[in-house]
Design a binder for this molecule. Structure first.
Ligand SMILES: *[C@@H]1O[C@H](CO)[C@@H](O)[C@H](O)[C@H]1NC(C)=O
Ligand SMILES: *[C@@H]1O[C@H](CO)[C@@H](O)[C@H](O)[C@H]1NC(C)=O
Ligand SMILES: *[C@@H]1O[C@H](CO)[C@@H](O)[C@H](O)[C@H]1NC(C)=O
Ligand SMILES: *[C@@H]1O[C@H](CO)[C@@H](O)[C@H](O)[C@H]1NC(C)=O
Length: 417
């Protein structure tokens, strides 16, 4: 009993600190001009278009409007070199708290967006609702309307992905596309297939990078405590008017961006901290020092408290289910007292699953649990590097060597119409 209470107290204190640094403060964000003078690495201050252009690529910006009025930014990146672009577009969907930048932060030669553009793919990068590129709505104001933030991965899968698919297919005049989803970006794809199977049919091939479904076996204590604290506090915090968490420009992001570039020593602490957060055992050296300094200029990119709370729920449920509102409200919303399970068997396209043994956020056991339910797994690739962790997928300097060849091999096969 006493141990239980001490644990609860510990979680509460820890989360209070987390939440204080997660909220937006009026003095922030720090102006880019000031950051340049303070020696922030240039790439950390650039948006996707500026980054791509700076490194010799071409980039287009597109706006996509969802059925429920959210306005999302989608980028299209191509090689500046002569390329006869593949006919089937490839859509990259980032993970929780990330943005399209995450595919470029490791720089040319390592960032998956660059590598795919080099291989002449027609690369589209999405931004899911709530991150700083997609913090817009036709009628709701994210700064003052709580209703804007009333979403989780459930809505991202149901509304964002179908709208983006329709848009990309229309613009690229293609009938089908290939989909690469990382973590939440893969889990939300399964949600879409479960809830709107006709959209799933528009996908020729899906590549699931460390797909997040149920998270019963997640080993990262920090991640567990953080998401479960938000879950426990959701009602209280939203009543107090807090709906958005870990947004870009909030103290949480401004602090890490400053701290991680400040000195060699703090940079090393950052690397160690991120390692502890997303690995089972530490894996220093997977990211270059430059990437450590750059990525925190774009990460965390913001989401809703409600979405973080859903991940808190996923930690203790051995099924992949919709948001759990409690018996009464579940009955009202879903017609059942327990939240309905997503139907992973409805993921009809061929799927290649790529995952790592040292992933502290999405455990191999849970990936394997999802794979047993996926009806059409082409190949399950356990990455050869035993120290490969969650964030390595987007930020490792070894993306080109460890996961790109497999991704490209399949995309080439599935790129002719
Ligand atoms: C990116 O930066 C460019 C140049 O400053 C600006 O024109 C563009 O609107 C920005 N795009 C987004 C999506 O923020
Ligand atoms: C959020 O969504 C739930 C479920 O659809 C609904 O019951 C609730 O009233 C909504 N809350 C707000 C603030 O819009
Ligand atoms: C990165 O920084 C660490 C110390 O902060 C240093 O030991 C290491 O050599 C650096 N790595 C590279 C590739 O510069
Ligand atoms: C799940 O999807 C599969 C494939 O579409 C279908 O055959 C099955 O009936 C679905 N299961 C449920 C419980 O809806």
């Amino acid at each position: 009993m006493a141990a239980g209470r001490a644990h609860t107290l510990n979680v509460l204190l820890w989360s209070a600190l987390g939440i204080i640094i997660a909220i937006r403060l009026p003095l922030l964000p720090i102006r880019n001009e000031t950051k340049r003078q303070l020696g922030y690495p240039p790439d950390s201050l650039l948006n996707v278009t500026e980054l791509a252009t700076r490194h010799g690529y071409q980039c287009e910006e597109h706006n996509v409007v969802t059925e429920d009025g959210f306005v999302l930014t989608v980028f299209r990146v191509s090689s500046g070199q002569r390329c006869s672009r593949t006919q089937v577009p490839v859509l990259l969907v980032h993970g929780l708290l990330q943005s399209a930048d995450s595919w470029l932060d490791a720089g040319p030669g390592s960032g998956l967006a660059y590598l795919l553009a080099d291989a002449c793919h027609d690369v589209w990068l999405s931004n899911t609702r709530g991150n700083y590129y997609s913090r817009r709505h036709l009628t709701l104001d994210p700064d003052s309307d709580a209703a804007y933030w009333n979403f989780s991965a459930d809505e991202i899968g149901y509304f964002d992905l179908p709208a983006i698919l329709d848009y990309v297919l229309d613009r690229s005049r293609a009938d089908v596309l290939n989909y690469v989803g990382f973590s939440q970006g893969a889990g939300t794809f399964f949600i879409m297939c479960s809830e709107r199977p006709n959209y799933c049919e528009k996908i020729k091939l899906m590549i699931a990078l460390a797909p997040a479904t149920r998270q019963t076996n997640t080993k990262s204590t920090m991640y567990r405590r953080l998401t479960q604290a938000v879950q426990g506090w959701e009602t209280l915090l939203t009543t107090a008017g807090l709906h958005e968490i870990f947004s870009k420009g909030a103290l949480s992001q401004e602090f890490v961006a400053f701290f991680c570039h400040f000195t060699k020593f703090t940079e090393g602490l950052c690397d160690a901290g991120l390692n502890k957060f997303n690995s089972v055992v530490a894996h220093p050296g997977s990211m270059s020092n430059e990437t450590t300094r750059v990525l925190f200029g774009h990460f965390p990119a913001g989401t809703s408290l409600h979405n973080m709370a859903k991940y808190g729920q996923a930690m203790t449920n051995d099924k992949f289910v919709k948001f759990n509102y409690g018996h009464e409200k579940n009955l009202e919303l879903y017609g059942t007292s327990e939240p309905p399970e997503y139907n992973i068997s409805a993921v009809s396209p061929p799927v290649v699953v790529i995952y790592g043994e040292n992933d502290g956020l999405v455990d191999t056991k849970d990936v394997e649990w999802a794979m047993e339910r996926l009806p059409n797994v082409l190949e399950a690739v356990l990455i050869k590097d035993p120290a490969w962790n969650h964030m390595s997928v987007t930020y490792s300097s070894r993306v080109g060597e460890m996961i790109f060849p497999k991704i490209n091999e399949y995309l080439q096969i599935y790129s002719s119409t």
